[in-house]
Design a protein. Sequence first.
Length: 145
Amino acid sequence: MTDSPTVLIFETTAGDPPVEFLGDSSDIVYFISMAHSERYGADHPLAKAASAIKRRLRIPMGPLLNFGDAAPDNAAEEQLLGRLWQDAAGLAACARSVAAAIESDEELREMTSALPELPERLRELAAMADWADEQGAQVRLTFVL
């Protein structure tokens, strides 16, 4: 799933962090999109991985699932973008926990095998959120398809 125009955009109220994604951030977009669709019965391996992370390992994924389209089509979507700002420390902890879960669980590694760099990208996201937290900043996740 590389060479994709799909990009995760990480924003902070403190400006650009000194850390950035060192690889394709679309892995995170695909994962969180499938994780979001899991609640609606999606049967994709990434949705199943999210279900296992949330239910079997009891890792709250809320901060990672707080995201939206960077290009709103209407006023309602524009308002949603304003509500996506969140606590940086919570996002950092969530991203780090999900990365550790994937790396330490054979079943999760198998279910996320289409995105082999996902844990690495999640750790990079955690580092960016850590920086924002140190600045006392809020963060927002959006994507471009």
